[in-house]
Design a protein around this ligand. Structure first.
Ligand code: ZN
Length: 283
């Protein structure tokens, strides 16, 4: 069973009127002003999953600053999971900076069957993930509905690229200290936070933190797969950042990593199964 933990889908209305949305959201413009940056529909994603024998994917829209746009994207994700409940697991996009409106939207999405909140985009949306006042209501409502949180993260070093932000390992570790019970998935290896799990005092704090491999092919040498699997085999979640990278391109690179077959199975799907509590019904 292969689960891609990080795939973006975009409603056809937004794909068609891309230029209009480039004006409406500065972070979206940073990422998608380049016409070569792809946007994909539900059908595009399912076709790509089929080509790579990927059974399931965690899907979400874009982390808009404007809550109305978040709701619009969530409607499309809700439609996706209603149409393909066996294939797609939906997460809700919200801007935690909008307070009660974000909490209400998470509740609406939970009732509609979504299983997590994310991808949070603190830089584009205008808050910090280690700001207790902003994040406490989000963490609380997510916990009430047994939802996972997923945040965009970036490396504090290295090359610049569109979307490189300030959610770096120190910030993620502060979040985990503030909310030790919250299940948090850090995208893009937590901007390197996974390396600090080698410090015992950090790994103690991070017991409910997981790391996805989204966009890894653009960030790290493939050695990272087998290295991280040595000390965090239960914490690594295969993820592409589709449509940025297809499953068909990513999976052979992961399979080529030297690690025990059982560990590879956990990374490709077993860990996701456990984090999302698949196989149990969530009310
Ligand atoms: Zn991201």
């Amino acid at each position: 069973m292969i689960i891609d933990f990080h795939a973006h889908i975009t409603a056809p209305a937004i794909i068609k009127q891309r230029d209009e949305y480039l004006v409406r959201d500065a972070w979206f413009r940073d990422l998608y002003a380049n016409p070569r940056a792809r946007l994909s529909s539900i059908e595009d994603l399912l076709a790509a999953m089929d080509r790579a024998s990927v059974q399931q994917a965690v899907v979400f829209g874009f982390g808009w600053r404007d809550m109305d746009l978040c709701c619009q994207d969530n409607d499309y994700v809700i439609e996706a999971v209603e149409r393909y409940p066996e294939r797609l697991i939906g997460f809700a996009i919200v801007n935690p900076g909008s307070g009660a409106a974000a909490v209400r939207e998470i509740e609406r999405c939970a009732k509609a069957g979504l299983r997590g909140v994310g991808e949070l985009m603190p830089d584009g949306q205008g808050y910090r993930i280690d700001d207790e006042k902003t994040m406490a209501p989000i963490v609380e409502v997510a916990a009430d509905h047994d939802m996972v949180l997923l945040t965009h993260c970036s490396e504090p070093v290295g090359h610049l690229y569109p979307g490189k932000g300030t959610v770096t390992p120190d910030e993620v570790i502060r979040f985990a200290r503030l909310f030790p019970e919250a299940t948090l998935v850090c995208a893009h290896w937590g901007g390197g936070a996974i390396f600090y799990e080698l410090m015992p005092e950090v790994s103690r704090v991070m017991s409910n933190v997981y790391y996805d491999t989204a966009a890894s092919l653009y960030l790290y040498q493939d050695d990272i797969f087998s290295l991280a699997a040595r000390w965090a085999p239960g914490k690594v979640l295969f993820a592409t950042d589709f449509p940025l990278i297809t499953q068909e391109r990513f999976i052979p690179r992961l399979r080529a990593a030297r690690m025990p077959a059982a560990t590879l199975r956990r990374i490709l799907g077993g860990n996701a199964w456990r984090v999302l509590k698949l196989g149990t019904s969530v009310g």
